[in-house]
Ligand binder design. Structure first.
Ligand code: DX5
Ligand code: ZN
Length: 225
């Protein structure tokens, strides 16, 4: 269990996605972004079923928890998020974001996450309309707008999908974080921040650069709109 709180909405937070990190040295990779001053790190969990790729589960999170004090922002790209929520929370994640496409009773899962002391996020694929999260988004701590089809790092930013951020921000108001994930770098960050996103996931643009601190700084600076 971890007890870290999601940073209050409003401040721009960069959430480095370890999907593009060296999986053989994950603890060290996370230490590098922690030293660079980020408050959160994005953990992409894939099951080879909801998305055509497989990453890691609770045992890996549990080990990483020992090496980091960052807020663990997990993004579950799995078909049965409710089944594994407790295991991820016990392993040490601080937030669970799940896909609206995977859950018949999303309200119940949000309630369950809150009852076990976990921040709750809802997300939707680029082709899924904002309408589908209308009722549940205001119950969450964070709404994640996907700007690539989930499954892989390093894909191109989908500008049309990003425009959904405007509607999501209108829907949730100023107190809920709006996160964006997929193709975020110093060029696209100002666009999404302008639409109202305050939480910027970036994998390729951080972990595929030799100087992670400089890469984070560049994204952070570019988003100051
Ligand atoms: C994609 C993942 C993303 C991914 C983003 O399925 O959810 O978090 O790591 O990677 P970049 O920043 O490289 O597009
Ligand atoms: Zn993600």
């Amino acid at each position: 269990m971890s007890n870290k709180k999601l940073p209050k909405a409003g401040s721009i937070q960069v959430s480095p996605s370890i999907l593009s990190a060296d999986f053989g040295s994950l603890a060290d990779e996370i230490a590098q972004v922690e030293a660079a001053g980020v408050e959160m790190v994005h953990l992409d969990v894939m099951d080879g079923h909801f998305v055509p790729n497989i990453t890691f589960g609770p045992p890996v999170v549990k080990k990483l928890r020992k090496y980091s004090d960052l807020f663990f922002d997990s993004h579950l790209m799995i078909t049965e998020p409710g089944k594994y929520a407790e295991a991820f929370v016990e392993a040490g994640v601080d937030n669970i974001t799940f896909h609206i496409e995977t859950e018949k009773e999303p309200e119940k899962l949000i309630e369950k996450l809150h009852s076990i002391g976990c921040s709750a996020g809802i997300t939707l694929n680029p082709d899924t309309p904002v309408e589908t999260i209308k009722d549940v988004a205001p119950l969450c701590d964070m709404v994640l707008v996907m700007t690539v089809n989930p499954g892989f790092g390093g894909q191109s930013f989908m500008a049309d999908a990003a425009e959904k951020i405007i509607t999501v921000r209108e829907l949730v108001g100023p107190d809920i974080r709006v996160e964006v994930d997929g193709g975020i770098d110093a060029e696209t960050a100002p666009i999404v921040a302008g639409y109202g996103a305050d939480t910027l996931v970036a994998g390729n643009a951080i972990f595929n650069k030799p100087d992670r601190a400089a890469a984070i700084q560049a994204i952070q600076q570019s988003a100051k709109v």
